[in-house]
Design a protein around this ligand. Structure first.
Ligand code: NIG
Ligand code: FE
Length: 411
């Protein structure tokens, strides 16, 4: 199957193979070719270049389809490296509580929040969860996402955490886009373990992790390391146990407070530390001396009316800032990455180029998928967005709430 996209106004996000992530002042550069073509062969990017060099490309094989992208931008799909896409029900009642003045922490302490989702997930069948999550995957693909990470963490019991991870494993097989699975048993302490935190840690470490490793159900292990949730010491216990099985950390840190989560992530060699609404110079220094990616989730800050993470400070510190949606029923009930990019530009003062790099190649890096996705590179998967006619890529964040997508190509 060969598809040619021709007359592309601007083909953006071009990277050499081997570029894993972009950091600091490299982020401002989103390399592009004007008046370009791109050839897809059997699901991968086979060639691209200037239209006047099209005769040099290997087009002798018969084309199955030619797409005219006149006045349109072609860019890599978003790589959404942080979601909680498997859930049994929405939580709009809590949305109303929030409007009436309750905080996220107050709702959580009333047994709402994550525990509310856990109660509903316990009652849901695997079939129901597969069907509804697949619908969400199809929806985010329409919004331009071409790879996604999905966490457990609404199970909070042996059976239900495994149920969530088995659902994700089945979705990996049937989903049109690549999925990475993350075990987030340490999302909250279930009520029955409220006064027995050690007991819950034992369940995670001694019972769940061995089964998960044995069935190869998780690519990563997450902990909600934050005030009122898991302490840095408890985080160490879970992450060290995960490492014994070769499962790398990707954690929630510093959403609610400067909590020691960044340091816990870095000392446990986390692939990424995510949220970072609360961060001081010390955390930034800690990230500078590490390979850990800071992933920012501005739609959660937006939805919870919290302060946004200081993206500019992190970019000035030469960090590979990444953007993800945090799609979940409690703090970010949307997986629309173009809106995440808008928020990053409007509230975090990232330029459109910086935000698009953060949401594509760096998102891929935060899922260790940079060799496969996140840029226009020969040999990478052809997961691409063709926009509607637009003046420039700045229109994407500028028209917040719209996607400006004409077509999403998956492979
Ligand atoms: O990333 N912060 C922890 N976990 C999710 C929220 C989960 C929920 O409220 O259901 C988050 O924001
Ligand atoms: Fe999250």
């Amino acid at each position: 199957m060969n598809v040619l996209i021709k007359n592309i106004k601007s083909l953006v996000g071009i990277r050499d193979a081997g570029v894993d992530r972009v950091r600091g002042n490299e982020l401002i550069n989103l390399p592009f070719i004007s008046n370009a073509f791109l050839l897809i062969s059997n699901g991968t990017i086979a060639a691209f270049g200037k239209m006047d060099e099209i005769h040099l490309s290997p087009l002798n094989e018969s084309l199955n389809e030619t797409v005219d992208a006149h006045n349109r931008v072609v860019m890599p799909c978003y790589c959404d490296s942080h979601t909680h896409l498997v859930f049994a029900d929405t939580r709009e009642q809590e949305f109303i509580y929030k409007i009436q003045g309750l905080s996220y922490a107050e709702i959580a302490s009333k047994g709402g929040g994550i525990l509310n989702s856990a109660k509903k997930l316990n009652a849901a069948s695997e079939e129901f969860l597969i069907e509804t999550t697949l619908q969400r995957i199809e929806q985010i693909i329409q919004h331009g996402t071409g790879a996604v990470e999905i966490k457990s963490g609404y199970g909070l019991s042996y059976e239900s955490e495994l149920k969530m991870l088995r659902v994700i494993a089945k979705l990996k097989i049937i989903s049109p886009i690549p999925i990475k699975a993350t075990f987030l048993g340490a999302h909250a302490f279930p009520l029955e373990y409220k006064n027995n935190r050690q007991g819950y840690l034992r369940l995670l470490v001694e019972e769940l992790l061995p089964t998960i490793a044995n069935e190869q159900l998780a690519d990563y292990c997450d902990v909600f390391c934050d005030e009122g949730f898991f302490t840095p010491d408890e985080t160490d216990v879970v992450l060290q146990a995960a490492w014994k099985y070769g499962i790398k950390p990707k954690i929630h840190a510093n959403q609610l407070a400067v909590s020691g989560g960044v340091q816990a992530g870095v000392r446990n060699k986390a692939v990424s530390v995510d949220h970072l609404e609360n961060i001081s110079e010390e955390e930034i220094r800690c990230l500078q001396n590490s390979n850990t990616i800071p992933t920012l989730l501005p739609s959660a800050a937006f939805f919870l009316r919290m302060q946004y993470p200081p993206a500019r400070t992190m970019i000035e510190a030469d960090l590979p800032v990444t953007l993800a949606s945090d799609y979940n029923p409690g703090s970010s009930p949307s997986g629309r990455m173009s809106f995440v990019v808008s928020l990053a530009c409007i509230h975090m003062k990232m330029t459109p180029e910086e935000a698009l790099n953060a949401a594509t190649i760096n998102g891929a890096a935060a899922m260790e998928l940079s060799d496969l996705l996140g840029s226009v590179t020969i040999g990478k998967k052809a997961n691409l967005i063709i926009t509607k006619p637009i003046n420039s890529i700045a229109n994407i964040p500028y028209h917040f709430g719209d996607d400006l997508i004409e077509r999403v190509i998956i492979s």
